[in-house]
Design a protein around this ligand. Structure first.
Ligand SMILES: *Cc1c(COP(=O)(O)O)cnc(C)c1O
Length: 401
């Protein structure tokens, strides 16, 4: 019996494990495990004694057979930090923030690419590519470098400059595209056969969701197997939400957790909000998403590859999708920054989303919430400090204040 196989989330067809992400019915292929068998040798006590401080502490429920074949830079097992002052301010039971910016390459994207690149490397794949808003590209660049593969990354030209330079730093062939992430995706699809590229784009292979699901395992373990009531997640392509939902179902099947799943809340930025639109109208994303002046962040994905799956997950958990404005994001970044949290616009959007839930009374005083700070503020900062004087002595300092 194989350790794992793939199942389509739409037509439920089961197929042998392979590096493919789309079913012929256009559904998403997700990894399934023989959890009964895994349960015989794996439990909470074993985890408690385990010293592996990376997502590979859950290797039993990851699609890798041989521990020696993993490509790792120390991803995952990030801190879950409690925000007491905000709990008081909002009168909520507990507010936690998962510090995903502490991953290698400064974002949670490292998780997905550690697993995906491990799978590719076992198969001897040498050239890998991704269309990206930035963090997927830099994560792929780093893991491909680590595995001795060539990475070709395609980014919108307005991608934050530090992330573009970061890709080059890791030795990736880096290209700027006049357009958005789906325009980058078109170039890859057109060239992949001729160039011999493996496309590791969102939901094009099974490894990235498997890596991301470890975020769900970690918050469950870090909260001592008692899930929060609400999770707020900044959503772009959707694989983070899919991964976290999948993790909780696996933990339930293993008997590690019980009860209802947390309400999963997707936060997007106003203007590019296909998930919010789909939740509201149950229709296809509006063309409006394409003409927006939305920030160039991981949230700017006008055409997520499996909108239906994301919507069904949000509905299953009694969750919601919320679009917040640029201004709300900026102010949330400042609030988190002032508490010592280096938060990217996407990560801060989760706090802005929580404020919306709170205003609408969609979260109560007895509830616990986890926010996901998916990336580091530093990656999005300007090259030079803006509008600042340079001083030579104390009296010049006094003249400034
Ligand atoms: C990619 C990205 C997102 C969106 O995540 P998905 O899992 O693709 O929905 C959110 N935040 C940051 C920082 C990202 O890089």
């Amino acid at each position: 019996m194989d350790k794992c196989w793939l199942r389509c989330s739409k037509c439920f067809q089961k197929i042998d494990f392979d590096l493919i992400g789309r079913c012929i019915c256009k559904g998403t292929l997700l990894v399934e495990y023989d959890l009964e068998k895994i349960n015989l040798l794996f439990n909470k006590q074993i985890l408690k004694k385990r010293s592996i401080a990376s997502l590979w502490r859950y290797h039993e429920i990851l699609p890798i057979r041989n521990f020696d074949s993993i490509v790792t830079l120390g991803e995952g097992w990030t801190p879950l930090v409690r925000l007491h002052s905000l709990e008081k301010k909002l009168s909520l039971k507990q507010i936690w923030i998962k510090r995903e910016e502490q991953n290698p390459t400064g974002s949670f994207k490292a998780r997905g690419f550690s697993v995906a690149v491990s799978l590719l490397s076992v198969r001897g794949i040498k050239k890998v590519t991704v269309p990206s808003n930035g963090n997927a590209a830099s994560a792929l660049s780093a893991y491909a470098g680590r595995a001795g593969m060539q990475a070709y990354v395609f980014l919108p030209q307005d991608c934050p400059p530090q992330i573009i330079e970061e890709c080059k730093h890791y030795g990736a062939f880096t290209f700027l595209v006049d357009g958005m992430i789906h325009d980058a995706g078109k170039i890859i699809e057109e060239g992949k056969t001729e160039q011999g590229w493996f496309n590791a784009g969102t939901l094009q292979e099974p490894g990235r969701v498997e890596g991301k699901k470890t975020m769900g395992f970690e918050i469950a373990e870090q909260l001592n197997w008692k899930l929060p009531d609400v999770i707020v997640y900044p959503t772009g392509g959707g694989s983070g939400i899919i991964g976290i939902w999948k993790a909780f179902h696996e933990l339930k099947a293993l008997g590690f957790i019980r009860g209802c799943l947390p309400r999963l809340i997707s936060v997007q930025e106003e203007g590019c909000q296909p998930i919010v639109d789909a939740m509201e109208n149950a229709s296809l994303p509006t063309k409006l998403s394409l003409h927006s002046a939305t920030n160039p962040t991981g949230l700017r994905v006008p055409f997520p590859p499996d909108l239906d799956l994301v919507v069904s997950i949000l509905k299953e958990t009694n969750g919601a999708a919320i679009a917040v404005s640029k201004e709300e994001i900026r102010s949330a970044q400042q609030t988190l920054g002032s508490l010592g949290i280096s938060s990217s616009p996407e990560g801060a959007a989760t706090f802005a989303g929580l404020l919306r839930l709170h205003d609408k009374k969609a979260i109560t005083e007895k509830e616990t919430v986890v926010l996901f700070n998916t990336s580091h503020a530093l990656k999005y900062m300007p090259w030079k400090p803006s509008d600042m004087a340079v001083i030579r002595n104390y009296s010049e300092f006094k003249s400034l204040i």
